[in-house]
Design a protein around this ligand. Structure first.
Ligand SMILES: Nc1ncnc2c1ncn2[C@@H]1O[C@H](COP(=O)(O)OP(=O)(O)OP(=O)(O)O)[C@@H](O)[C@H]1O
Ligand SMILES: [Mg+2]
Length: 374
């Protein structure tokens, strides 16, 4: 497609156009016009966060939002195909709408760069926009999480480009630009039917690897106690730097080569008004994914631990050893599905804090755990 320079000029921010005029030979590198404020202070009311990159979206072109989970579907990022979105570093043109999740809409966009006129192909990305008036902090958290994890494991976590905020009808729409996942499906769709045991085992190993990467980095904080008996002393705590918090099967993507990508982390509790976010939840999700891959989505709500113990004893032992420290017999004495029992509440009785390293070591040591006993 050919664009005239006049159109080109209107598409680029004025600073970008002037930068282009300056250096014709070497394409100028554009610096990020701002440094990200500290996430701790990054709330909706934070003035710097709101005024950064306002892009007015015409409310008349707003996509109809019919998602049943949305109580207040007033902010919908009504982008239409061909719209140009001005981000912080780059501009993007909306190519098509991909999907609407619970809280966000995903679009395929192409990025305009200085080398655009030289005939180079425009790189495509995914633009994720908030459907409800979620906080800037949530989008910033997702950006920081994915940037950190992508640096540690570029295969398993998508690359992120930038975040910015547009406004629609005076309301903020927070945006995240990330790697476009082409040829990927969600784990839920992928495992709708029973999978070959070797493939299921390979995917479980990848999920262990992913969680292990997420849980690897720790932060130590020291706080001075000001009241009570211990006033004047300090308390030191070591916690995980990140946890995913929402590792359900729609947030694990998988491609034709059976390689997974982990997306869509949940922001820490301080940004969440309704959901609980705890690092242990992803370990229970891991258990659910193992059952999903063995039994498929039709049976997932029915399979009991008793049945798993009989048919896949090595998988059962993973739950018994790693999640209950050998006290798992209690899980066998009822007819509730393993899937419904695999939750913080379901395992609270055991007073065991499972950890990914023990689970990963168990999975690595049992390559036949997905093979049926009889
Ligand atoms: N980078 C991407 N490239 C292509 N498709 C994507 C990308 N990120 C997400 N998707 C698609 O959009 C869907 C929703 O994305 P995401 O999980 O990030 O949003 P969400 O609204 O938070 O979802 P939910 O709240 O339902 O978990 C994904 O299940 C996936 O199918
Ligand atoms: Mg999601």
């Amino acid at each position: 497609m050919i664009y005239t320079s006049a159109i080109f000029a209107t598409m680029l921010a004025p600073r970008a156009v002037s930068a282009m005029r300056l250096g014709a030979s070497a394409p100028p590198t554009m610096e990020r016009p701002h440094t990200l404020p500290n996430a701790e202070n990054f709330e909706d009311s934070y003035p710097e966060a709101m005024g950064l990159h306002n892009w007015k979206v015409d409310p008349n072109v707003r996509m109809e939002c019919t998602h049943k989970h949305l109580k207040n579907p007033t902010v919908s990022s009504g982008l239409k195909i061909g719209d140009i979105v001005r981000g912080g570093q780059f501009q993007y043109r909306v190519k098509n709408f991909i999907k609407k999740g619970n809280m966000n809409a995903i679009y395929r966009v192409e990025q305009f760069r200085y080398d655009w006129q030289k005939g180079g192909a425009l790189k495509e990305y995914a633009l994720k926009t908030s459907l409800t008036a979620g906080s800037c902090g949530e989008t910033e958290h997702e950006f920081r999480f994915l940037r950190h994890m992508h640096t540690k494991d570029s295969e398993m976590f998508p690359e992120v480009v930038e975040t910015f905020t547009m406004t629609e009808g005076g309301k903020p729409v927070h945006c995240l630009v990330m790697e476009l996942l082409v040829g990927y499906s969600t784990l839920r769709k992928f495992a709708a039917k029973k999978l070959d045991p070797t493939l299921g085992y390979d995917i479980l190993k990848q999920i262990c690897e992913g969680i292990s990467t997420i849980h690897e980095d720790k932060v130590t904080t020291t706080k001075k106690i000001t009241r009570g008996r211990k006033a004047g002393t300090t308390r030191t705590r070591t916690t995980l730097m990140f946890h995913h918090g929402d590792l359900h099967w729609d947030n694990v993507m998988i491609n034709k080569e059976n390689k997974i990508k982990i997306i869509d982390p949940l922001a820490p509790r301080k940004y969440q008004k309704t959901k609980i976010s705890d690092p242990l939840i992803e370990l229970y999700e891991l258990g659910k994914h193992a059952i999903l891959m063995l039994y498929g989505s039709e049976l997932i709500g029915k399979v009991t631990f008793k049945q798993i113990q009989k048919e896949y004893p090595e998988l059962w032992r993973m739950f018994d050893e790693c999640y209950t420290k050998g006290k798992g017999a209690r899980l066998l004495n009822n007819d509730r599905s393993a899937h419904s029992q695999l939750s913080l509440v379901g395992f609270a009785f055991f007073r065991v804090v499972p950890n990914i390293e023990a689970i990963k070591a168990y999975v690595d040591a049992h390559p036949k755990m997905f093979e049926r006993a009889e």
